[in-house]
Each structure stands twice: as C-alpha cells, then as structure tokens.
Design a protein around this ligand. Structure first.
Ligand code: SAM
Length: 298
C-alpha cells in the first residue's frame, strides 16, 4: 500500500515535471521505496529511455510517456556486456568512444555478486548496506571525468565498493598513471581486489599502477596526490576539504552532495586554485559516512 502511494507520487512527479523522477529512478540506493518487495525481474519503473540529452550539461530528460516500462535489458534478450554498452549508446547516455571502449573491456559481470544480474541498468546490493552503482551512473561519471583520465594521470575513486570504476580508471590512465580506490569496509576491499583480478585490469593491479585501500574516503588518499580526477561514489553532506586539497589545479572531482535531495556536483579546480562548481543532475546515492553508521542494522 505504502509502495503504491509512493509509486503514484512518483508518477505524478514524473508527469508534472515531464522529466526525471529522483525517487523512482534511483541511481544508487538499493532501497528505492517504490521497488521494495517487487521481483527485480518484473520491476515496473521509469524506463531509461532518453528523450533528449542536454549536450552542455548532459542532463537526462525522461519522457513522461515512458513510465511503466520494463527496465531490465535481459528482458528484451540483451544480456551481454557489449550489448549493455550499446544500449547506453543507443539511448544517448554514452557519447564518448573512449568510455564505450572501457566499459566494453571491463566486464561488469566480474564485479557483481554471484546470482546478481550483471547487465541490468540498476544499482545492485553488494552487502554491508552498499551497492554497485547502475551502469548509466558509471557511464555518466566516466564521461564527466574523461579529460582527466588520460594516460599518465592520477585518479582517486572514493567509496570504491566493487572496484568497477577503479578498474575503468586504471585502464584509462594506463600503466604510467595511477588509479587508487579507497573503501572503508575491509571485506569489500578484499572482494574488490578479487573482482579486479578476474577483469581486464588485472595486469595493472599486478604491476602496481592500480591499488585499493581500506580507509575513510573523507580524508582522501594523500600518498598519490595530487589527483587529476576524483570520483566519490557516496553522497557527502558537503564537499570534504581533504578532497579539494588533494585535487590538482586543472583537476576535476565528481561528487554527489546532499542528504535526501542530492546533486551530482562537478568541481573543477582552476589553475589559480579557485573552484568552479556546477550541478550535473539530481541523484540518489548511499551516504559517505562512518563505517559504524553505514553498518547500523546490517
Ligand atoms: C554506492 S556504493 C558505490 C560503490 C562503487 N562506486 C561501485 O559502483 O561499486 C558507495 C560506497 O561508498 C562506501 N563508503 C561510504 N562511506 C565511505 C567512507 N567514509 N569512506 C570510504 N568508503 C565509503 C560504501 O561502503 C560503498 O561501498
């Protein structure tokens, strides 16, 4: 009943805005109230059909006529990593050749827990009250950071979870660069290393240009700073100063900011050290918090 009321609320929001329903179209939080208790194979939710892509801000606009469509690509016979990437290209989410190549090379199936459908465009639970982000969010963040993930550059992935994005970053910056994951749940660090070992980024882990560490991501990882690119995979109430300090002049950070209502912020550090900050889109991520707070109730 509660679910139905929330569902109706989301529907009204979507139709009245003709746009993006933050609550239903949950980017990162497994606990979207509308989906509670519904078999993931038959979820009826806002489809990722992209009506238009605002080129400047890359904002997804969802058509109100596209509500109530099945979001699982496997439902339409599409179940391979390459096909997932092609769908994201088809719907205008991926426009970069480099990002499509990287997402084709790093098979998402190496990163989701056994029994979890890897290619569905939805966040999936990975334990410890954490999730692997949805493919469209991974694609969006990779595109926003692409210019700061050139060979030889340094990239920091805070809240690295499954290690998926850290592996993508490592592939993009190459063996002369540095890709660093920081995750505060030790068990997730162990499993992320196992995931990366199964993936195309395994040689970079072995050579040492890719590393994953247990730590509080709010403090960054000073050892390999300054970073050309910083990605934060959990929502901060405000942008942590340590991360700003560890961003190189000319560098870019992508970070969800907020509590219930969150924006994906893009933070550019100018050459004089000043910051230019803008909001890319509304999102919903799990919080960037303490380990104790995250594990409460787990
Ligand atoms: C939504 S998940 C994203 C994981 C990753 N981007 C992925 O797709 O696999 C957010 C991650 O942030 C981690 N996290 C939350 N607060 C943190 C903190 N203070 N320091 C480090 N990691 C944190 C969580 O444990 C979780 O793994």
């Amino acid at each position: 009943m509660v679910c139905q009321i929330l569902w109706a609320y989301c529907l009204i929001l979507t139709i009245s805005n003709g746009a993006y329903c933050v609550i239903c179209y949950d980017n990162d939080n497994q606990s979207c109230p509308c989906l509670t208790g519904i078999d993931p194979k038959i979820q009826l939710i806002v489809t990722p059909e992209v009506e238009a892509m605002d080129k400047k801000r890359s904002t997804l606009k969802i058509s109100s006529s596209s509500v109530l469509a099945e979001r699982s690509w496997s439902g339409s016979g599409v179940n391979k990593n390459k096909a997932m990437v092609e769908h994201l290209q088809h719907y205008g989410v991926i426009t970069s050749k480099k990002v499509s190549e990287v997402m084709e090379t790093i098979d998402r199936a190496c990163f989701v827990p056994d029994g979890t459908p890897p290619y569905v465009d939805s966040p999936m639970a990975i334990g410890y009250n954490a999730t692997i982000s949805a493919p469209h969010m991974h694609a969006t963040c990779l595109q926003l950071l692409e210019e700061n993930l050139k060979p030889g550059m340094h990239a920091l992935d805070i809240g690295s979870g499954t290690g998926y994005l850290t592996a993508c970053f490592a592939l993009m910056v190459g063996p002369q660069g540095r890709a660093v994951g920081v995750e505060h749940i030790p068990e997730l660090v162990v499993s992320s290393i196992q995931n990366i070992e199964k993936s195309a980024a395994a040689p970079l882990l072995k050579e040492g240009s890719l590393s994953v560490h247990v730590g509080d991501g709010r403090k960054g990882w000073p050892e390999f700073a300054p970073y050309d690119a910083i990605h934060v995979g959990a929502a901060a109430p405000e942008i942590p100063q340590a991360l700003i300090d560890q961003l190189k002049p000319g560098g870019r950070m992508v970070i969800p900011v907020g509590n219930i209502f969150q924006d994906l912020k893009v933070v550019d550090k100018n050459q004089d050290g000043s910051l230019s900050i803008w909001s890319e889109t509304s999102v919903r991520y799990v919080p960037l918090t303490s380990r104790d707070a995250q594990l409460r109730g787990w």
